[in-house]
Structures are given as structure tokens and as C-alpha cells.
Design a binder for this molecule. Structure first.
Ligand code: XIL
Length: 358
């Protein structure tokens, strides 16, 4: 299977991406699998018209890159802010897309006030649970019937498989995850609920996630899916590690979603590293790497399609290379559209993989 997908990618290396201009990814997806993209404010506000056109044509699902996180939706204890989030949700509803919520409980992008108690001490369990419940009720309740599914808890497991010592975990205890799922289900009984994390191809971390999921299931809490962020690289994780992770995660009985897919082409270099090393493609991506990226996308879609009964969603973390969080002052090329919003060979590779699977 993997060898077959690779040969498809090699064959299409000669095919210009323009040949696929009129094709829409969403029309090629197998039944039961949606394809989406994380969108930013300039996109859901319509300011970035070129991006809006591609998003509308190509995708049937959206995720909010930042706008539904704790900090932007509740910047202070007594203040919620939904203007931008409302526009995000409406963008998807107007286009009949599946609208995902990301995320309710995380250690990051959450105001420091959330974790503070009286006298500068950390907030106690009851205070934290009350804040969590209020936040989840308010945010999930507002979009009841509009948001299809929520990343309820993000990144709760450490690399060794133990519970991450996040401020939520330290203040409440391990059952904070169960509480979050309970509150989310109370706020919208019809919404799908997901657990989301990264590096799930690493066996120790994956085992921790599966243990956590099984604990939620043993408590008879609603959980529908596991989001595998899929922030990957060209060579790692290996395709068979990706496939093994998929099979193991699906072994819980849950749907598997690739919730934040991108392929990082830049090296992990220390701060202050020599620019030629840290930012090797500052003046463009060599064609050879461009083709490797296309093959990589063909390979990962080959796995998703082989396991189409397990995988219900694939979401790219950003539309074009210009939009990606992976640039951070460097030039990265992790997505299917380039900085001029032209489809890359990687786009054609995905199209071909989807066509061959039909
Ligand atoms: C990232 C956004 O893309 C950035 O714009 C922001 O500055 C930081 O967060 N895992 C997640 C996402 O679950 O929410 C993160 O998104 C990327 C890593």
C-alpha cells in the first residue's frame, strides 16, 4: 500500500499543480471523512478574499486557529468576548461546513487570572472547578447546535505517558479531565467531544492517552474522538509509526481525527543559531524538497485512506504557507498552498491519492 502510494506521488511529480486547479478536495473525500482547515481572523472576517475563496471551494470543515481558546473568549473573570468567535462560527454555518470548537481546557493561551487564588496563592480545587464549569457552560452553551464537536481537553499527557503537571492538574487533580468532559456534555448534550494531543506516534505518550480515554469511558462519560494533532516532519514519524498509532487509537472504539496537520520542513535549531542553518529556505524551496513534501503528503493520505473506517476528519493547521504558525520569523513551507496562494505539488499529490482511493 505504502509503496503503491509512493509510486503515485512519483508519477505526479511531473504534473503541474495547475492541472488540478478546478478540483475540490472536499469532493474527493471518502464518505464519512471530512476535510478542513484552521482559519484565522482575516479569513473569517473576509479581509483575506483570496483565502476565503479557496477555503469555501476546497473544504467542508473549519477549526478556529485561536479565536475560541480560553484567553480570547474569557479575557477576565467577569468578561466574555464573543464578537470574533461569533463571526468564525457564522463563516462555517453560512457555507454549510462542519464547525469545530478548539479548545476548552488547556495550559496554554489561558489567562493567568484563571489559576490565581486569593493572596497571590494558586487557586484551590473548588475555585478552579467553578471557573472551568462557568467557562465551559458559557462558551459551549452559546454555540449549542452550531458547533459540531469540541476539543474539550488539549495536551493533558506528558511525553512519558503520565499526566502533564498543568495548572489545571496541579490545582484540581487528575480528574480535571473527567470534569471537563462532564461539563461540556451538560452544556450541549448533542455536541461531539474530543480529546486532542500531539506526538501520539510515540508509544509511551500514546499509552498515556489511551489510558486516559479508557478512564473516561469507564466513568461512562461521553467522548467521541481522539484528535491527533499531526504536526509532523518530512521523515518523522515514519509511516508505519503513523499507521500503528492510528490502529491503537482506534482500538479504544473512538473515531480518529487528524486535527492540526502540517509538515514542518525546518530544522529544530537552538535560538541564535546561524541563519543559514536555522532558515535554510529563506530565498525559496529547492524543487527536490518540494517533491519530497508532495510524496510525504501522498504517503500520509495513503494511510488515512487505507483506514477510512477509523478516520473521520483531516484538518490542516492553516491554509497557505503564509498563514502557518510554523514560520515564526523563518520561511517554512508546511501546507498545500504557497505564499501566493497557488496550489503546490503537495496539493496535486493529495488529489491523486484521493482519486486513486475512489
Ligand atoms: C497555535 C496557533 O497556530 C498560533 O497562532 C498561536 O500563536 C499558538 O497556538 N497545538 C494546538 C494549537 O492545539 O492550538 C496551536 O495553535 C498549535 C499547537
Amino acid at each position: 500500500m505504502i509503496r503503491y502510494m509512493t509510486s503515485v506521488a512519483v508519477a505526479l511529480a511531473v504534473l503541474p499543480a495547475a492541472a488540478h486547479q478546478d478540483v475540490a478536495l472536499k469532493d474527493l473525500m471518502p464518505k464519512g471523512m471530512v476535510i478542513g482547515v484552521a482559519i484565522n481572523q482575516r479569513q473569517f472576517d473576509g479581509a483575506d478574499a483570496a483565502a476565503v475563496e479557496i477555503i469555501t471551494k476546497q473544504f467542508n470543515q473549519i477549526s478556529p486557529e485561536n479565536v475560541l481558546k480560553f484567553q480570547p473568549t474569557q479575557p477576565a473573570a467577569d468578561r466574555y468576548s464573543f464578537d470574533a468567535a461569533d463571526r468564525y462560527v457564522q463563516f462555517g454555518l453560512d457555507r454549510h461546513m462542519e464547525v469545530v470548537g478548539h479548545n476548552l481546557v488547556w495550559h496554554s493561551q489561558t489567562g493567568a487570572w484563571v489559576f490565581q487564588g486569593a493572596d497571590g496563592k494558586p487557586a484551590d480545587r473548588d475555585t478552579l472547578l467553578a471557573r472551568m464549569r462557568d467557562h465551559i457552560r458559557t462558551v459551549v452553551g452559546r454555540y449549542k447546535g452550531k458547533i459540531h464537536g469540541w476539543d474539550v481537553v488539549n495536551e493533558a499527557i506528558d511525553e512519558d505517558g503520565s499526566m502533564r503537571q498543568s495548572p489545571w492538574q496541579v490545582g484540581i487533580g487528575d480528574d480535571y479531565v473527567a470534569k471537563a468532559f462532564e461539563f461540556a456534555h451538560d452544556a450541549d448534550p448533542d455536541a461531539e467531544l474530543y480529546y486532542n494531543d500531539f506526538n501520539l506516534e510515540k508509544p509511551a505518550k500514546r499509552a498515556g492517552v489511551i489510558k486516559l480515554v479508557r478512564d473516561l469511558q469507564a466513568r461512562k462519560l461521553r467522548i467521541d474522538g481522539i484528535g491527533n494533532q499531526a504536526h509532523w516532519r518530512l521523515e518523522t514519524p515514519a509511516i508505519d509509526e503513523i499507521e500503528q498509532a492510528l490502529v491503537d487509537l482506534h482500538g479504544t472504539g473512538l473515531k480518529v481525527m487528524y486535527s492540526e496537520l502540517d509538515i514542518n520542513l525546518l530544522p529544530n535549531t537552538p535560538r541564535g543559531a546561524d541563519p543559514a542553518t536555522a532558515n535554510p529556505y529563506a530565498s525559496g524551496l529547492p524543487d527536490e524538497i518540494q517533491q519530497q513534501l508532495a510524496r510525504r503528503y501522498a504517503d500520509v493520505f495513503g494511510v488515512f485512506l487505507k483506514h477510512r473506517d477509523a478516520v473521520t476528519r483531516v484538518t490542516f493547521w492553516g491554509l497557505s504557507d503564509a498563514d502557518s504558525w510554523l514560520n515564526r520569523g523563518r520561511m517554512n513551507y508546511p501546507l498545500l498552498w504557497d505564499r501566493r496562494r497557488q496550489p503546490k505539488p503537495a496539493f496535486s499529490a493529495v488529489v491523486e491519492a484521493l482519486k486513486h482511493a475512489r
